[in-house]
Ligand binder design. Structure first.
Ligand code: UDP
Length: 327
């Protein structure tokens, strides 16, 4: 009974692998290392390769006796997805369909899928519930929505049971400090602020202060990466226990503005972060806050980490690994 984790060398993937291994689960990672890091994979075998390689996927399934899949491998930069849609449709949609076909051919019918709050677009009401109308405003969100549709159809036709998790803003790092966030280029708010604090960047650029929010900066729901990891484990266990396919938001259920995040980090490190207000970044909605009632009720999941914990663990990671992973 091995879990195949695609993209398990990436940020959320590696924290999930770590959590699975800590629970005594047997795990094998398939990652092409385009964005992932070898050193991020702890306690599991890493196979370097592509999710669309049916022969390789089949070989892994047979060799490790894989019985379920957690599928992270994807491109996830919103801006890039608008400039290079072909890359996103190819990597996130076509390759995922190939992976699904390969696992079905090998009689695997359980998958946990990484989806995103980007499927919602800019909803008028928060907290956002899973059943509202989806209007993704960027290609990245559309590719994830497409796969949610594929999963629904594959369930009906072929009995593929899935749980899609729509992540809000993943942040923080493993409490042990061994693994953390290492994107290149980095585009996320919290690591960027910490890089400024560490002198790796001159200043933080705040993308717009004319949003319809209390202080004019965007509000997001930041969820600790280890809480996210736990949600994947509960989702997997639910599928293994016979749960029917469904979709859950995974967030903290609380919103913080960009200015509030900066202030919290300044308080934590005890110094001011140089910053400058600039134009809006295209495609940023005013407010995204998750309703997490469904996952709480059905899976018994709840976020254990606060914003302070997110900042504390992220700081520990960035401070001890200013250059990120070595490879
Ligand atoms: N943000 C910012 N400056 C940065 C990076 C991000 O002002 O250098 C803002 C961004 O506009 C958004 C919020 O911080 O409102 C969170 O952005 P991030 O890229 O971390 O996550 P997203 O919400 O886009 O998934």
């Amino acid at each position: 009974m091995t879990v195949l984790v695609t993209g398990g060398a990436g940020y959320i993937g590696s924290h999930t692998v770590r959590a699975l291994v800590d629970k005594g689960r047997s795990v094998v990672v398939l990652d092409n290392l385009q964005k992932g890091h070898k050193q991020a994979v702890k306690g599991a075998d890493l196979v370097i390769g592509d999710i669309s390689n049916e022969e390789l996927v089949t070989e892994i399934i047979k060799k490790y006796d894989v019985t379920s899949v957690i599928h992270f491998a994807a491109d996830s930069l919103v801006e890039e997805s608008m400039m290079e849609p072909r890359k996103y449709y190819h990597n996130n949609v076509i390759k995922t369909i190939k992976l699904l076909d390969a696992i079905l051919k090998n009689s695997i019918n359980k998958i946990v899928f990484s989806s995103t709050a980007a499927v919602y677009g800019s909803p008028k009401e928060v907290p956002i519930q899973e059943n509202i109308e989806l209007k993704p405003t960027n290609v990245y969100g559309r590719t994830k929505r497409m796969i949610e549709n594929v999963l629904e159809d594959y369930d009906m036709a072929y009995g593929l049971k899935y749980i899609a998790l729509r992540y809000f803003n993943a942040a923080g790092a493993c409490v042990t400090g061994e693994i953390g966030e290492d994107h290149s280029p980095e585009s996320h708010l919290i690591p960027i602020i910490l890089q400024v604090a560490l002198g790796k960047r001159d200043k933080l650029i705040i993308y717009g202060n004319d949003y319809h929010t209390k202080d004019g900066t965007c509000i997001r729901d930041y969820v600790h990466v280890s809480d996210l990891a736990e949600a994947h484990i509960l989702a997997l266990e639910a599928l293994e226990g016979g749960k029917d396919s469904t979709i859950y938001n995974v967030g903290n259920g609380k919103g913080f503005s960009v200015k509030e995040i900066v202030l919290e980090i300044e308080k934590f490190i005890g110094k001011e972060i140089p910053k400058e207000i600039s134009l809006r970044r295209p495609g940023d909605p005013d407010i995204l806050i998750a309703s997490i009632e469904k996952i709480k009720k059905e899976l018994g999941w709840h976020p254990k980490y606060t914003l302070y914990d997110i900042i504390e663990t992220a700081w520990r990671w960035h401070n001890s690994h200013p250059q990120g992973f070595e490879e």
